[in-house]
Design a protein. Structure first.
Length: 171
């Protein structure tokens, strides 16, 4: 008798489960932009590597992924009393052209200072940079953003609750 009761309960359970219909509702709206779509960093350095006529510095930035490298964007800005977008050039002492540029690869970011005469440019000492890494999705969703204007970019990031991270150079 006990087996019959258990079997009856099991059959009832099977019918109850198989009798349920799965209802699919309408697709919801896209979620809010997350931090994975854009990242902001403050970089600082007080020493430079010297090679030929170039001073350079590297940072390990794992947020520069293969997808960012292939489809996204990496923007750098230098503190010159305001945040100047890189690359930039100016006329240095003796009429040489000094160029500040940035390069990136997967996981690595580099700032170079070069000039068009032999020997390295003068060591600038401590420098501060802002780095913004954006996915293709973030760029597509912000077509009005002037990426060369750090203040505008920063205002947008703050409005989305995205905070800067401090990164130290690779020694």
């Amino acid at each position: 008798m006990n087996k019959i009761k258990k079997l009856s309960w099991l059959i009832a359970l099977v019918f109850a489960i198989s009798g349920c219909k799965k209802e699919t509702g309408p697709q919801g709206p896209p979620g809010p932009m997350g931090n994975a779509n854009v990242q902001s960093f403050t970089l600082t350095t007080s020493w430079w590597n010297y090679t030929g006529n170039i001073l350079s510095q590297w940072w390990s930035i794992p947020e520069i992924t293969q997808d960012i490298y292939d489809n996204g964007m990496v923007m750098a800005y230098r503190d010159v009393g305001y945040w100047e977008a890189l690359p930039t050039s100016y006329t240095g002492s003796g009429g040489s052209t000094v160029t500040w540029a940035h390069y990136h690869d997967i996981g690595v970011f580099e700032i170079d200072i070069s000039h068009n005469v032999s020997g390295a440019p003068a060591d600038p000492g401590t420098e501060y940079f802002k780095l913004v890494i954006a996915s293709s999705r973030f760029m597509a969703e912000n077509p009005d953003l002037d990426w060369h204007n750090y203040n505008e970019v920063n205002q947008r990031l703050k409005s989305l609750g995205i905070k800067e991270q401090l990164i130290k150079p690779i020694k």
